[in-house]
Design a binder for this molecule. Sequence first.
Ligand code: B12
Length: 697
Amino acid sequence: MLTEKYGLEPEDIIFDPLVFPCATGDKNYIGGAVETIEGIRLIKQALPNVRTILGISNVSFGLPAGAREVVNSVFLYYCTKAGLDLAIVNAEKLERFASIPTQERELAENLLFSHPPKAGLADYSKGALLGTVPADWREQNKVQRAAVNQFHIAAITEHFRTAKKKEKARAADLPLDERLANYIIEGTRDGLVDDLEKKRAEGAPPLDIVNGPLMTGMAEVGRLFNANELIVAEVLQSAEAMKAAVSHLEQFMEKADTAKRGKVVLATVKGDVHDIGKNLVEIILRNNGYDVVNLGIKVPPEELIKAYQEHKPDAIGLSGLLVKSALQMIITASDLKDAGIQVPLLVGGAALSAKFTQTKIAPSYGKAVCYAKDAMTGLRLMNELMNPTTRENVVRAHTASANGYAVSTTISAAEIPKVTRSPRVRTDLPIPRVATVERKVRLVPDLRDIWSYINPFMLYGRHMGFRGDFEKRLAERDSKAVELFENMEEVKKEAAEFMKIRAVWQFFETEADGELLHLFVGGTQEPVHTFRFARQRQGDYLCLSDYVLPQQNGRRDHLAMFVVTAGEGVRERSEKAKNEGYYFKSHGLQALAIETAEACAEWLHRRIREDWGFPDPPERTMAQRFTSRYRGKRYSFGYPACPNLEDQAGIWKLLRPEEIGVQLTEGFMMDPEASVSAVVFHHPDCTYFSIGEATES
Ligand code: B12
């Protein structure tokens, strides 16, 4: 009636399914919490565009104050999951769901959902009666319902009466400076601006507030991170609070005021698209008081020299993902030296090491070059470099005495191995047939399906910094795991609006000839491409070409090749979030994108196995897939079995991944960053191996 007869927009209609107290003992209200949650679900199911609202705190009426905070929060959590849009709550009196200890959460859930008491507890009162209660409250009879309700009211009340009063000092009781530092340490903004204003009202100049209590907070964040007490995701939230504080204070600062501890020009080197690591470094340095000029990705030495002349930084930071980029750093360092630049260089990236830095990059620069294994080490180094009492030591320790190495990126001729085929790889297996040899180009429609192939260890552990078994801790409802999971779900929600996963793949006929691997299309005699792989010079003498079976009755074996990407639009969105001070989102989006690309590779590999005729059995778990427990393997150029990145050009010639928006850079990296390429073999003897010492000099 409202929409059709009176023309109201559905989203302007708000339903209140009402909240009844669950802990007064009133028989009429028992089960009310479950039904309210169910009511929201039904409203949203039938009328998805209308809104729902609840006044939350009525649910816990009658309980002690501590119990109310917990019950309200748990109830709100389940209502939100059911689709609740709006809630009337006293945010100050609401415990954060993620920080509720498991035992307290269970006490609240038991009460709200009228769960039968666990066996063994049933003799708490009315023992025999409670022993046989059905799990679903609707199936409980009246007497059982009342007994269950009484049991849980007593349990939660007793817990909160006897539990020690919360130690957490109320924020308002702390001295103002400590409170300001705490906003940064806890990564929270609630009340921050009010307290900044109180501090200003005391006469403190904005710059002193930044350099004083706020920086004290940031220093503590660094200490806690180094002591393994904070994870990357939390450090990002602290940086967000810092950014919010500084943004607020900026309006009161004189133009000439500068809270800066120093200036850094930051860039990812020529040919390299690595953004995520460099951006983390930017966020950490910027929110610890450094002025950072981020030149972006694929930055040639000339651009760095120009930026140096324009900005006169105290240090230059170079980032790069691959070994090739580490080599590019040597060239860049030498060009900077030739341009007369002498400020310390900070270098970092996955394929770099302290040894490579000291023996290759530092000599070609002639001045200090400091290796940073992560962003926090970068911050420590910058702090030491800007501190007159520590600077000299750091500079001395990172300056090479020698004058520089000549750099060559040529492949040195590897010693010819004694064998031309590994004895470890069988040849007497039937060649499986492939379903089709056509080139496939796809926009993969089901984002959530691909996300189920994300390895949680990588996303939550490596990128967001969670320590320990994330999945296990999440199942145990560990508060850090739950909070991180929920924050990433928010990032996913946003990503679902724009993220595109694209893939191109094809099967090719193939024939091995020693270390050569010829690829054919349409049964022709002339190969369309030939790869030359390297062979191990000892041990099993493995070489990738060994995984191709010899012809059988004039029929050739096949391999598959693919390129997948999830990077479209990611850099721009992450940049925007970074500029607006949403650091968790900025980093989370990039981390999600790169792990989505990897997940898509896993998904496509599974599909390729199906096309080969050996689908995964239903009982195969994701954990087994992540440790590649299936027939065959996929190998990516740049990895130890096929480290020659130039071979990417062969994939580009045959698959034309430009069509899915992936370009090959002059450093043979894929732009966008969140992209993966691979060659897939079906041979059951496939294993991951290294061809040994890197042949690039
Ligand atoms: C996750 C991962 C991926 C992800 C994302 C890569 C990325 N952009 O980070 C995906 C799946 C997309 C990927 C793809 C590829 N990868 Co990969 N990948 C990795 C892995 C497992 C971890 C990298 C990581 O942690 N990244 C996250 C960022 C945040 O970490 P980070 O880069 O290390 O940055 C931190 C520090 O290094 C430091 N830092 C970085 N820069 C700077 C700069 C300064 C100034 C300072 C102070 C500090 C600093 O601070 C950062 C934050 O703490 C590494 C292996 C490893 N153990 O490191 C291989 C690795 C980097 N990948 C490798 C390869 C070969 C590839 C591919 C070429 C494979 C392929 N053919 O598809 C592609 C290339 C992608 C492209 N766009 O071209 C090789 C590189 C070896 C080589 N030959 O160079 C590695 C080393 C694996 C290996 N053992 O062989 N990869």
